[in-house]
Design a protein around this ligand. Structure first.
Ligand SMILES: *[C@@H]1O[C@H](CO)[C@@H](O)[C@H](O)[C@H]1NC(C)=O
Ligand SMILES: *[C@@H]1O[C@H](CO)[C@@H](O)[C@H](O)[C@H]1NC(C)=O
Ligand SMILES: *[C@@H]1O[C@H](CO)[C@@H](O)[C@H](O)[C@H]1NC(C)=O
Length: 176
């Protein structure tokens, strides 16, 4: 029995991202290179058995990742509007860190059409929710960690899929 954390499958986020905009070179004030991934549409759905049922679409969303000057990692920065099928609104925010592999660049530049399995590159994405709606408040009162992969849609557009787990402390008999 270990006193570390439990990760429980919670949510699936799928986003259609159109061709990215590169914001210049790696001379930005953040020290990296910023790209914008315009999110055309998306869905957010709970995994069967997860304590909060949600079936929602994503709009008004973009990801503004920063790419480190050495080109080895990117740091997502996503904000979007979640609209549930019962008409409630939730803000979604995601950050994190992802390794950059050549295949990822080939997908976002449209150079190759690829479909990468989860875990092909390291992707660890804390996801947060903000809402005052009682029905979905548990999302705001939880810590979530996701992992992303991508699939080409042609012409530099791609589908980004994020499998999101809720983090729980493990119940143990371990004392200090
Ligand atoms: C970042 O800047 C350095 C120095 O100008 C350059 O050598 C490197 O190729 C640039 N990297 C990217 C990804 O633009
Ligand atoms: C999302 O946008 C893409 C590209 O425009 C489109 O092909 C797809 O059907 C849209 N999906 C939904 C669920 O609206
Ligand atoms: C999710 O919502 C869509 C409408 O936005 C609906 O068509 C679909 O049946 C819903 N799925 C579930 C599992 O409730």
């Amino acid at each position: 029995m270990v006193a570390f954390l439990d990760l429980v499958p919670a949510l699936i986020l799928n986003l259609t991202v159109s061709t990215i905009f590169p914001i210049g070179s790696n001379e930005t004030s953040t020290g990296g290179r910023v790209i914008v991934g315009p999110i055309v549409n998306g869905t957010l759905q709970s995994e069967p058995g997860f304590e909060t049922l949600i079936n929602a679409t994503i709009s008004s969303a973009d990801d503004w990742p920063t790419i480190d000057p050495d080109g080895l990692h990117q740091r997502p920065d996503l904000r979007g509007l979640v609209t549930t099928d019962d008409g409630e609104f939730v803000e979604i925010l995601a950050t994190g860190i992802q390794t950059i592999i050549p295949e990822l660049n080939q997908i976002i530049t449209g150079e190759k059409e690829l479909n990468l399995p989860f875990g092909t590159f390291q992707s660890v994405i804390p996801v947060r929710f903000v809402t005052g709606t009682p029905k979905y408040k548990n999302l705001q009162d939880s810590i979530f960690i996701g992992s992303e992969t991508v699939k080409s849609l042609g012409g530099g557009a791609f589908l980004a899929g994020v499998r999101i787990s809720k983090v729980y402390s493990a119940k143990t008999n371990v004392t200090l």
